[in-house]
Ligand binder design. Sequence first.
Ligand code: FES
Ligand SMILES: [Fe+2]
Length: 414
Amino acid sequence: MPTHPTLHPALSPDKLCRLIARQPPGFALERDFYTSDAIYQYDLQHYWGESWHWVGHSSQLPNSGDYFLFEFGTESVIITRDESGQLHAHLNVCRHRGSRVCLEQSGNARRFTCPYHAWSYQLNGELRAGRLHLMPEDFKREDYPLLPAHLVEYQGLLFISLAANPPPLAAELARLAPLTQPFGLEQLKVVHQASYPVAANWKLALENYMECYHCAPSHREYARSHSIKDPEAFVRMTPELHRRCISAGLPTTEISMTDTSGQHAGHSAYYRRYPLYPGYDTGSEDGQPLAPLLGTLSSYDGGATDLQIGMLNNFLLYSDHVVGYRFLPTGPQETEIQTVWLVQAEAEAGRDYDLEKLIWLWDVTTQADEKIIRHNQAGVNSLHYRGGPLSQMEGGIADFYSNYLSTLANRYDG
Ligand code: FES
Ligand SMILES: [Fe+2]
């Protein structure tokens, strides 16, 4: 009896395991990981299908019936709030013959009615009576609710997982909680979301985000304010940053954890505050503040935090705003980069922040990244591509590979 999940016949489990085994540590992945349809299907089923995903902020669902969709690859998930205020995540797949039930990206609904034969579901996923009288006599509507996904709220940030047994999250969130608490994440609101389609495999988009080796040559706007592109400056400026963190009310603890057991897709946590150059209070064009200080911060410390809650969920915490990133696979060589900007809930556009100024840095930076990533895929598609060695500034990629490859190997080896 085969013990492996189904794979594309062109890539047997044995071949996949050989590919993983011959992948040299410290080198970019082999071509197949970025080009193979079979590996893309594996990614959707296991890596994306099991990981935790940051889908949004609770402030996006203030009222009963508010909903939005979270979508990647083959999957679509409805995130909604029911009449009692409880949040839910359900697969957007009708339990009759499988149609998408909800077709709008966001909105407010009293119930979700399938557009095909009008089966109708409560906000909590239960199938309602009605339109069911033609079903067989022994049909029980309790047996056909929308399939639930796991949902966790962390300081207002919403995470879902489609796995039967999602990777652990509680211990990481407990360690991160005192570090992110001063930013008052639960009191944020989303003020802008942008989508940047890129013709590349999702791994190339994620990898690009995970290293700053390319920042100096590729991101003039970012590099003039963020010291992370220059390891020497970073080290030199860190003691002063820590002094300013403490006086602003921010811990200086760092967390870096990557699960390489192969058991848990995307299981990682990262928190590090790093210095901006003198004259920069935040990630703005001129160094000036962009919005009211977040949470309980008492001053600008001149830092920015890289925060990762699972490999696929990356955030930048400035003193006055937060930027969230997602790299959603939409095809083997198609990815949607989604960038989300959040500020303090009470801040008013025009009075407390200028939206254009707020989004300037990560808009120009992501547009530049789109080009870099697209050209990266084009080169990797060449039959002559061979993965080269990673630099000391690409440690984040090495961590991703360890988790990704060990997960792959665990699902298919033996
Ligand atoms: S597929 Fe949804 S009601 Fe038939
Ligand atoms: Fe970049």
